[in-house]
Write a protein that binds this ligand. Structure first.
Ligand SMILES: NC(=O)c1ccc[n+]([C@@H]2O[C@H](COP(=O)([O-])OP(=O)(O)OC[C@H]3O[C@@H](n4cnc5c(N)ncnc54)[C@H](OP(=O)(O)O)[C@@H]3O)[C@@H](O)[C@H]2O)c1
Length: 270
């Protein structure tokens, strides 16, 4: 497969944790970053791409990726929108900001694609949901190829699905991190030193993920293989599987994230 290429010039407007992780992944994938310019007020250098503090003079970008916080939209639009044109493919990472809102704010651009990545894009093991309300299949294919270099990039048909993937996968590394922290704290609670508990919990996560990836087993089967009937694991799973156990807790967690996304969407609509 040939390496995907960035339309030139390509601007990353805001390049902090998330866009920076994507750059790391693209660099690891050997993608040519010479057309890419990172624009961030602090000017903090982004490894592998030219970094500037303000939008450059000259031609409109062929590709622009919005990587600032959704709350900054009002501040960024007046300077950016007039610089974009009918050749610009706009990719937005802004959680909660709907395609129709983006179209209103950036009326002249060729196509708008929302992308909801997660941080493991840096390791090229990301999940990047993609959604477009436009019918520009070539623009979507360009974005899809770049995102597929960073992991799995499902294109979804509705923004509701897009938000759902954001809640599960975009935020997911934070949730998984909390689970591992809780497992470590639990280990401390039953007598391990903090360092050993943290190491054991983390290695359990990594080992389980490696096993899942290597075998392709469904999670239910994976758990079944650990838990022998009437054994210790089964006793532990009974607590997680109780009516007030893990599933309702996670349903509440996701509902809270989705509700916050709705608030952000409504704020961005103005
Ligand atoms: N973090 C995640 O896991 C994740 C997951 C999915 C989606 N997202 C989305 O990704 C976006 C960025 O999140 P983040 O976690 O990467 O935030 P972040 O680390 O705070 O990065 C924000 C970036 O925006 C820049 N910025 C601030 N004001 C700006 C302005 N007026 N014009 C241009 N750039 C400006 C910052 O510049 P300086 O570096 O100079 O301060 C920084 O580079 C958000 O919209 C979020 O919804 C994040």
């Amino acid at each position: 497969m040939t390496s995907p290429t960035f339309p030139s010039p390509a601007w990353l407007v805001g390049c902090g944790n998330m866009a920076g992780a994507m750059v790391d992944g693209w660099r690891a994938a050997g993608i040519d970053l010479s057309p890419v310019l990172a624009i961030r007020p602090s000017g903090t250098p982004v490894d592998g791409v030219r970094t500037v503090t303000a939008l450059p003079a000259g031609e409109s970008p062929a590709f622009v990726m919005l990587g600032f916080k959704p709350q900054k939209l009002d501040q960024v639009v007046p300077g950016l929108a007039p610089r974009l044109g009918p050749a610009t493919i706009l990719v937005s990472l802004l959680a909660g900001v709907e395609a129709a809102t983006l179209r209103q704010r950036f009326p002249t651009v060729r196509a708008i694609v929302r992308a909801m990545p997660n941080l493991p894009v840096a390791q090229r093991r990301g999940v990047i949901a993609l959604y477009t309300g436009d019918r520009d299949s070539e623009a979507l294919a360009t974005v899809e190829a770049l995102m597929t270099a960073l992991g799995v990039a499902p294109v979804v048909a509705t923004e509701a699905e897009f938000s759902a993937i954001g809640a599960v996968a975009g935020s997911g590394p934070a949730y998984v991190a909390r689970f591992v922290e809780a497992l470590a704290a639990g280990g401390e609670g039953i007598g391990l030193t903090p360092d050993l508990a943290a190491q054991v919990a983390l290695e359990t996560l990594i080992g389980t993920a490696a096993m899942a990836a290597a075998t392709g087993l469904p999670m239910s089967e994976l758990a079944r293989r650990v838990a022998s009937p009437k054994g210790t694991t089964e006793a532990g799973l009974a607590i997680l599987d109780a009516p007030d156990g893990l599933k309702p807790l996670i349903a509440r967690m996701l509902a809270a994230a989705i509700a916050r996304g709705r608030e952000l969407a409504s704020a961005a609509r103005g």
